[in-house]
Ligand binder design. Structure first.
Ligand code: SDX
Length: 432
């Protein structure tokens, strides 16, 4: 980071000495005021629950301009990447900093392909779960359990070990997600097939059976690959920050990514795609477009506790560029599958139209986010709703592990340990 030409001084009205704070600038985005020495110099903490105004790290991976609704992976706009790259291109870009040439891409594809199998013991581990366990409960367990199998790549101080762990996690997530799905429907697991693409392999592991193979449908494969691309990374969101904080203790990468999976599950974060489709299905069941006015009224009544899932974002105060691309993918997939009259898609478009005209949403800068249309696409290609967030985790694994690796490669990194504003009892004696 570069020193900014701005200076910052913190002064106090009680005559305490003021403190000069360095200001730094990045390549894009707001400058930062460096408060690392603040407690030492002024014996005060900065207070920022939810981290609305806090930069927890430096990063060169992803940049979001929330006001303009722009998203860059390693400087490339998501709109260009979504149109010209597949998910393996994006994994290489996010991990290594630039897009692969043909030779690098072929080598990377092969490396990932040859790590897609999991230890056979994982089948035994999976059998312990109830058939109706939520796939995210299973995935949290399976990813954490990987650390029990790969002791040979858990020395986090060894860049080679970090690289092997990254490939193992990216390669094995589709296998684990497909296994969780097969377990929930009582079908046998399908092993990876090395002559398929990353995304085609996942579809086959999901939908093939020992009795009947699965022919990968190009439209479905491209749509799902696009979903993976759009979910790959997103700066310091809650689950990525969880991976960083968990990893900062020096734990192994599998445990840190399992923490990210657990965090992503929440409906305010990655669980929103499942919650959004459920919301649309409920409105549809109650009468569809005719009931939208009633639903919007409920959303605007805070006491109802009803939120418009798939809308709003901590950073985007403009349209989430991923939502636009997801809506486009929706149209393409539904048309290709002869589902252009899908009632839920029409309902979602009508709901978006009403919300974007309503001052309640306009004043709060609430726009569709990545989760608003992704569920409709996944439903159209046959993914069950309960698996949506696991698919999000599958795609986000490359972002999580790249951010984890970036943190560990930073010579300045320390274990994360926030402080607090204590509001509890002052010292008091036990009276027994
Ligand atoms: C993801 O961080 C990331 O980058 C995440 C993500 C990624 O790729 O990693 O982009 C993925 O998590 C997308 C977000 C998915 N979540 C949802 O769609 C759930 C619904 N949205 C929200 O709960 C909410 O918008 C958040 C959690 C996304 C953002 O919450 P903030 O930034 O804390 O905003 P807030 O809750 O303080 O809301 C500000 C105002 C409030 O009203 P007022 O108190 O000002 O009157 O907007 C209202 C909120 O009540 N509001 C909503 C709303 N979202 C915010 N009202 C109705 N419906 C909503 N969806």
């Amino acid at each position: 980071m570069q020193p900014s030409n701005k200076k910052a001084t913190l002064s106090f009205s009680d005559g305490s000495p003021s403190v000069d704070l360095p200001v730094y600038k990045g390549t894009l985005g707001p400058d930062v005021v460096d408060i690392r020495a603040l407690y030492h110099d002024a014996h005060v903490f900065m207070y920022d629950p939810g981290f609305l105004s806090t930069a927890a790290c430096q990063s060169s991976i992803t940049f979001i301009d929330g006001e303009k609704g722009r998203l860059l992976y390693r400087g490339y706009p998501i709109e260009q990447l979504a149109k010209t790259c597949d998910f393996m291109d994006i994994c290489y870009l996010i991990l290594n900093g630039d897009l692969p040439d043909a030779k690098q891409k072929a080598a990377f594809d092969s490396l990932v392909t040859h790590h897609t199998m999991v230890n056979e013991q994982m089948h035994v581990f999976l059998r312990g779960f109830r058939r109706d366990a939520h796939p995210m409960a299973i995935l949290t367990g399976l990813v954490g359990a990987l650390s029990a199998f790969y002791h040979d790549s858990t020395d986090i101080t060894n860049p080679r070990h970090r690289e092997v762990s990254a490939i193992r996690l990216i390669a094995k997530m589709p296998t684990l997600v497909a296994m969780a799905y097969k377990h929930s429907i009582g079908e046998p697991y399908i092993y990876p097939k090395n002559d398929l693409s990353y995304t085609g392999n996942f579809l086959r592991m999901m939908f093939a059976t020992p009795c009947e193979d699965y022919q990968v449908n190009d439209v479905v494969e491209r749509a799902l690959d696009r979903i993976f691309v759009l979910h790959a990374d997103h700066e310091q969101n809650a689950s990525t920050s969880t991976v960083r904080l968990c990893g900062s203790s020096g734990t192994n990468p599998f445990a840190a990514i399992a923490a990210g999976v657990a965090c992503l599950w929440g409906p305010a974060h990655g669980g929103a795609n499942e919650a959004c489709l459920h919301m649309l299905e409920q409105i549809q069941a109650r009468g569809g477009v005719d009931k939208l006015g009633e639903f919007i009224k409920q959303v605007k009544d805070k006491s109802s506790g009803v939120r418009l899932m798939g809308f709003g974002h901590r950073v985007y105060k403009n349209y989430d560029p991923r939502a636009k691309l997801m809506q486009q993918t929706c149209k393409e997939v539904l048309a290709a599958l002869g589902l252009e009259n899908d009632p839920l898609f029409k309902l979602a478009m009508a709901l978006e139209h009403i919300a974007l005209e309503d001052p309640y949403f306009i004043d709060r800068k609430l726009y569709p986010n990545v989760d608003f249309y992704s569920g409709i696409v996944q439903r159209a290609i046959g993914i069950p709703r309960s698996l949506f967030t696991a698919i999000f985790a599958l795609a986000r694994t490359v972002g999580w592990i790249a951010q984890w690796n970036e943190m560990l490669s930073d010579p300045e990194y320390k274990i994360g340990r926030p402080r607090q504003l204590y509001m509890g009892h002052a010292v008091r004696d036990v009276k027994r």
